[in-house]
Design a protein around this ligand. Structure first.
Ligand SMILES: NC(=O)c1ccc[n+]([C@@H]2O[C@H](COP(=O)([O-])OP(=O)(O)OC[C@H]3O[C@@H](n4cnc5c(N)ncnc54)[C@H](OP(=O)(O)O)[C@@H]3O)[C@@H](O)[C@H]2O)c1
Length: 432
């Protein structure tokens, strides 16, 4: 067995993550050589616009707009896909695998929707796809779930896996900014895209949860099975009341396995202040995993950005290089997962937070309590404030109840003549 002197890499994309990857390989070249015994070189990069200024020196890297120049280059062993999108990226990765290349990608949209298909192609081609960077940026999540925690039956994975929404919610909490102001600031600082819909509507977190849940629960997870809610309805008043009741509001991605199947969801959640996830601020991400043997484990760090995401890409590249050097067969496990049943949301049990406006008159609260009582829902916490003239704001937290029964009670409450409107409803995380 002889080590390769040099292994060449072709990048598909030289934007944020591509530049971070190139920078790490330039800066840590000697360190990586000591670890692998191989010179790792990025020789070509596919881009859209050759005249665009790059944030990193790319001396020695041939920029091209021709995908074939990278994908068909016989001197390239590893293709790093950091261009994004699903259609072209899927075609290019397929071609790369068929050309005998190993693939590293940061593309969560692609891996969540077409990961099993692509991994099957990789298997047929006796190659592999590495995707540590697709979830949690620089935080190690994929490898721990695949390898380090493999001996556990995982009960739940729960996390803050979208930095944009966590930044917005942190600003709303700490600085009392409203949603629009916090979003504009996140955009100005580069934490949010100009079109923030995928982030604020929870879709980005759902893609990442699909990838994490597949590995955690050994199940093929379809993105359509993940219940998703946005953060756009959260107001500073909700944050203020949550604080008074002992919670912070976070967008959580939650996967749980029970006897009846998998429950997969992304929604704003009232998290008790003493829960480890409550202290995850701004653009930081964290994943809290519960295994039957290991107990609770939390992973924390920067979930995006050029260097953090590049750090995960370079780790994958190093793994490929080691595998090539040691002639290790790349056993792919993710294509053999069965599909497990999904627990319908209506059967989910949780506590709920409700904020509503009502006429400020005697008996209003009694009629609300009666509607809940008729569905055998008991109340854990109650606040009542006069909002404006003749309008009271009622905020309450229920004890555990199924979604079906809770929404049945809420229907009745909405029809009470004394209720002006239901301002917001959110789920409440159990205290640990
Ligand atoms: N940004 C992050 O922090 C982060 C974190 C985790 C994962 N990711 C994932 O990483 C991937 C890349 O994200 P990014 O932020 O680095 O994107 P980006 O800054 O927009 O860079 C995309 C790069 O791909 C090139 N490209 C795009 N479409 C192309 C096409 N059709 N033909 C040729 N070149 C094309 C662009 O060329 P030009 O430069 O010439 O326009 C650019 O260099 C995405 O899948 C994203 O979800 C990003």
């Amino acid at each position: 067995m002889s080590k390769r002197q040099v292994i060449n890499i072709g990048l598909l994309g030289l934007g944020t993550v591509g530049s971070g990857t190139l920078q790490i390989i330039q800066n840590n070249h000697d360190e990586i050589y000591k670890k692998t015994g191989t010179q790792i070189r990025i020789t070509k990069a596919l881009v859209r616009d050759l005249s665009r200024a790059r944030s990193v020196s790319h001396e020695g890297v041939e920029l091209t707009t021709d995908p074939a120049a990278v994908l068909n280059d016989p001197d390239i062993d590893i293709i790093v896909e950091v261009m994004g999108g699903t259609t072209l990226a899927k075609d290019f990765i397929t071609t790369a695998l068929k050309n005998g290349k190993y693939v590293v990608t940061a593309n969560k949209d692609l891996m969540a929707q077409h990961g099993v298909e692509l991994l099957n192609i990789a298997k047929q081609c006796q190659r592999n796809i590495y995707y540590e960077a697709s979830v949690g940026g620089g935080i190690p999540l994929i490898r721990p779930l695949k390898h380090c925690l493999a001996g556990n039956k995982i009960k739940s994975v729960m996390g803050i896996i979208n930095g944009t929404t966590n930044y917005i919610l942190t600003q709303m909490t700490n600085e009392a900014k409203d949603f629009a102001e916090a979003l504009a600031e996140a955009q100005a600082k580069g934490f949010a895209e100009q079109d923030p819909s995928s982030d604020v509507e929870g879709k980005d977190a759902a893609f990442k949860l699909a990838i994490l849940a597949s590995l955690a629960f050994n199940s093929k997870v379809n993105i359509a099975d993940i219940y998703t809610e946005s953060i756009t309805e959260i107001s500073v008043r909700d944050i203020m009341y949550a604080e008074e009741l002992g919670f912070v509001i976070k967008l959580l991605a939650i996967g749980e396995e029970s006897n009846t199947g998998l429950s997969l969801r992304v929604h704003p959640t009232l998290v008790p202040k003493d829960h480890p996830l409550a202290s995850v601020q701004n653009e930081f991400n964290a994943l809290y995993v519960e295994g039957d043997a290991v107990g609770e484990v939390m992973f924390y760090g920067r979930g995006a950005g050029a260097l953090p995401t590049g750090s995960a890409i370079v780790a994958d590249i190093i793994e490929v290089v080691r595998n090539i050097n040691h002639e290790i067969e790349n056993g792919i496990i993710e294509t053999t997962f069965p599909e497990k049943p999904i627990v319908p949301m209506k059967d989910r049990i949780s506590r709920f937070y409700v904020r509503m406006k009502a006429k400020d008159e005697p008996g209003v609260f009694g009629s609300v309590a009666t509607a809940f009582g008729e569905e055998q829902i008991s109340l854990d916490m109650i606040l009542q404030n006069r909002r404006d003239y003749n309008v009271a704001e009622i905020v309450l937290v229920t004890h555990d109840v199924s979604e079906e029964r809770f929404y049945r009670a809420l229907d009745k409450i909405e029809k009470l003549g004394s209720i002006r409107n239901l301002s917001n409803v959110m789920r409440v995380l159990e205290r640990g």
